[in-house]
Design a protein around this ligand. Sequence first.
Ligand code: QZP
Length: 407
Amino acid sequence: MKNAEAKGGIAPLDVPIIDIDPFATEFLLDPYPNHDALRDPGPVVWLSQYEIYAMARFEEVRSALLDHETFLSGRGVGLSDFAKQEPWRPPSLLLEADPPLHERTRAIMQSVVSPASLKRLEPVWKLRAESLADDLVTRGRFDAVADLSEVYPMLVFPDAVGLMEDGREHLLVYAATVFNAFGPQNDLLAESLVAARDAAVWVARACKRENLCKSGWGMGVYEAADSGACTPEEAERLVRSLLSAGVDTTVNGIATTIHALTQFPDQWKKLRDNPRLVRRAVEESLRWDSTVQTFFRTTSRDVRIGGVVIPEHSKVLLFLGAANRDPRKWDRPDAFDIARSTSGHVGFGAGIHQCLGQMIARLESQLILTALMERCGSIKIAGPVRRRANNTLHAVESLPVVVSPSS
Ligand code: QZP
């Protein structure tokens, strides 16, 4: 048994048993060849390596996400069951919480990260996207990760939160650990925890009221505490959520969108012919290669799915990335098609925990992609594409490209 943490028990009789390890490096680098083996045997499968249940079909994944009373988040959304094991950091009051706590914290965050605040930020974010795209097109050849997807979110998001300037480079190291920690205690997590020691200290400091500037989202959370919506300690933890969730996700989402467009040049052309498709391109990228590939829930009761009863207190692994390519739901699921309807995709999750920052993610992605496509006639892969293994994110490490200026 690989996991000391899940202790799901012996294999149930009525569930297809799969011995694939979805947290093995080869799987993490390229999950797609394995998805049929997870989806086809049935709506629920048993992963023998971790002794847990899993679901990879669209219908069941989406239904589980919508049923937050049966599929709990409060015992952690990773493999580790907080009821049995101490979490690596104090639990998130948002992600790793159930109602009624979650209702209160979610409302606070939604009032802070508001559409109005995004509208105010948009003009500056647009200028920064345009100036970065100007530089990149002048260079002609660049790495769409190191020079673009890791750069643009860092040019806009930390300022919007109101973070101190010094040490912002810790954000990506910290987030990589947050996402590795949803998986098992494998080498990836162990190495990540060591690498992130300084980053965790920095993040803790950055979340303090005295280190946030007056007019950012971070201070907005403390002001909610001032008006009685939460305690100052809760505010600090909620600011940590912004730092945990807000950078690595968009970094990899933007890289993936560019990766997709380089692999499907007809779609790049279609986008340039009709720039209004940029919204759809971003959404289709999330469906086609979901940044967040997996998440867990814990059952609050015995629940019947298909012919299977998952017992109460079971960890269940949800394959968002597999659901988003389920042929039972999507026509030509493996085709990246920016004109298709992606309605219902679970790339941002679904239900009460659906991505709080999705409007931020969309805005960043759309602005940088628009700036790029306005300036580049073509964009082509110009070297080896490297993936970065992460227990949750389908991450890109290097994406060398060459662009031609638009004529
Ligand atoms: C990470 C937190 C895709 C999500 C799991 C990203 C995420 C959301 C929230 C937090 C962390 O609240 O710390």
